[in-house]
Design a protein around this ligand. Structure first.
Ligand code: PLP
Length: 418
C-alpha cells in the first residue's frame, strides 16, 4: 500500500477545518492529540484492521471516535467516580443539550429499546423491576407495533416479558389498545407502514400509553436528536457508536423524565435488574457525552459536502474503467449521508459485485465495502443488486478515498481480462 504521509494527512485535515467545520476530527489520533504509546494489540493478536468504506455497522466495529472523544475518555479513565453520580449528571447534561426532559446513557440502542420497555412495564412498581421477565402476573405486557416495523431488534422488547401485537391500519391500531397495553413501538427508518409518526403518537396518547421510537441510525441530520422527542415520542433511542461517533458500546435513551428515571432503575449498576448485563462504565458515559458535544459542533451541510467530495473523487476515478457508472445516493432516513453507487456491465467486467467486495477485503490494504454490495439491501433504504457496488464514504479517514478509488479500479480492470 502507498503510505499516507503524516504531512499529507495534516494538510488534508487543515483544509477541511479551513472549510469551517471540523470534519478533520476524523484524523487519526497521532495527528493532533499525542496518544500514550501503547502496544498495538491488533498486531499482537494478528487481527488486521481495514479501511471502512462500509458505514457504521456493528459487526464491522461501527464508527471510530474523533480525537476529542478519545481524549476525554483517556482522561476520565484514570479517575474513579461514583457511577450513579456520573449517570445522573450525564443524563441532566445530555437532556439540556438535546432539548428533552431526561436522558440515559445505555450500552447501545438495543439496550435502550430494552430499558424503554422495562421502564414502561415497571414504572412506579419496585418489585416489578426484580420480577420481569419471568413473573409477569399483574403487569401490563403488550407492545403495539406496525407489522412493517417488525425487525431484528424485537428481541430487546421480548426480553422484558412483553409480547408484540401487530397492526397495519390506523383503525386496527385504535382497536388494539387494552388494559394490557404497556407501550407502542415505532421503527423510525422503516420503509413500510401505513401509520405516520404523528398519528402513532396521537393515538397512543389518547389511550394514555407511552410511545417509543427507535431512531438508532438516524443521525445526521443533527436535529433528529430532538426532532422525535419534540414530536411527542415519550422515549427515543439512538446508537452512540453510529453517526454520533461515540464509543461502540454506547447508546442514548431520551424522553420524559419519569420514564427515564424508571429506565435508570432497571439499568446497571443496579444489580437485580434486567439491565445489569448491559453495563456502561465511566468510559462509555464520558465518551458518549463528549461525542454528543462533538456532534453538536458539526454542521450538516459541511458534513454532506465533505462526503460528496469523497464520493466524487472515487466516482471520477472508477469511471475511467469502461462501462462503469457511478452516482451518489442518500438513503432517506437511516444512514442519511451520501453513498456512492457504482454499476458496470458484467459482460465486460466479468466479476460479480460480491466478488469485488471479497477481493477488496482480501487486498492490501484491506477494504470493507458497504454490505449492500452485490446482494439484497443490507440496511433500510440502501439499494442492492448483483452488479451494484456500494461505497459508504462517511467513515473514511483522510486520504483513504484515494486508496479505495485505486483499489476499485485495479479490481474492476483486472476482471476485464478474465
Ligand atoms: C443499529 C441499530 C440498533 C442497535 O444499535 P446498537 O447501538 O448497536 O445497540 C437498533 N435499531 C436499529 C434500527 C439500528 O439500526
Amino acid at each position: 500500500m502507498e503510505p499516507i504521509s503524516r504531512r499529507k494527512l495534516l494538510r488534508q485535515g487543515s483544509q477541511v477545518v479551513a472549510g469551517g467545520v471540523c470534519i478533520g476530527c476524523a484524523l487519526p489520533a497521532n495527528a493532533s492529540t499525542p496518544a500514550a504509546s501503547g502496544v498495538d494489540y491488533y498486531q499482537r493478536l494478528g487481527v488486521t484492521p481495514f479501511i471502512n468504506a462500509a458505514g457504521t455497522y456493528t459487526i464491522l466495529s461501527a464508527s471510530t471516535m474523533p480525537d476529542e472523544v478519545q481524549a476525554a475518555i483517556a482522561l476520565a479513565a484514570k479517575r474513579p467516580v461514583h457511577l450513579m453520580e456520573l449517570h445522573k449528571a450525564a443524563g441532566e447534561y445530555l437532556a439540556r443539550r438535546l432539548r428533552c426532559e431526561g436522558a440515559l446513557v445505555t450500552s447501545g440502542a438495543a439496550a435502550a429499546i430494552k430499558l424503554a420497555t422495562a421502564a414502561c412495564i415497571t414504572r412506579g412498581n419496585k418489585s416489578a423491576v426484580i420480577n420481569i421477565p419471568t413473573e409477569m402476573q399483574g403487569l401490563k405486557n403488550e407492545v403495539i407495533v406496525q407489522k412493517a416495523h417488525r425487525y431484528d431488534y424485537d428481541h430487546a422488547i421480548r426480553d422484558c416479558g412483553a409480547r408484540l401485537l401487530d397492526v397495519e391500519t390506523l383503525d386496527e391500531y385504535e382497536r388494539a389498545f387494552s388494559e394490557r397495553t404497556v407501550m407502542t413501538q415505532f421503527f423510525n427508518a422503516a420503509e413500510g407502514g401505513r401509520i405516520s409518526r404523528e398519528d402513532w403518537v396521537r393515538v397512543a396518547h389518547k389511550h394514555g400509553v407511552p410511545c417509543f421510537n427507535d431512531a438508532a441510525a438516524d443521525v445526521p441530520p443533527i436535529s433528529n436528536l430532538w426532532n422525535y422527542t419534540e414530536m411527542g415520542f415519550d422515549l427515543v433511542a439512538f446508537s452512540g457508536g453510529k453517526g454520533l461517533r461515540g464509543p461502540q458500546c454506547s447508546g442514548l435513551l431520551l424522553g420524559k423524565k419519569d420514564l427515564i428515571d424508571a429506565a435508570q432503575l432497571n439499568n446497571s449498576p443496579n444489580s437485580n435488574t434486567i439491565g445489569r448485563g448491559m453495563k456502561v462504565g465511566k468510559e462509555e458515559i464520558i465518551g458518549l457525552v463528549a461525542a454528543v458535544d462533538w456532534f453538536l459542533e458539526q454542521d450538516d451541510a459541511a458534513m454532506e459536502a465533505e462526503y460528496r467530495k469523497r464520493a466524487a473523487l472515487i466516482a471520477e476515478r472508477v469511471k475511467s474503467v469502461p462501462s462503469v457508472e457511478a452516482r451518489v445516493f442518500i438513503p432517506p432516513v437511516a444512514n442519511h449521508v451520501p453513498h456512492l453507487l457504482i454499476t458496470y456491465d458484467m459482460n465486460g467486467i466479468k466479476v460479480s459485485a460480491t466478488e469485488v467486495m471479497q477481493r477488496m477485503r482480501e487486498g492490501t490494504p484491506r477494504i470493507e465495502l458497504n454490505p449492500s454490495t452485490g446482494g439484497g439491501p443490507a440496511s433500510v433504504g440502501l439499494p442492492g443488486g448483483s452488479n451494484v457496488i456500494v461505497v459508504g464514504v462517511w467513515m473514511l479517514q483522510p486520504g483513504e478515498d484515494e486508496i479505495v478509488a485505486r483499489r476499485l479500479q485495479e479490481v474492476l480492470r483486472s476482471a476485464m481480462k478474465s
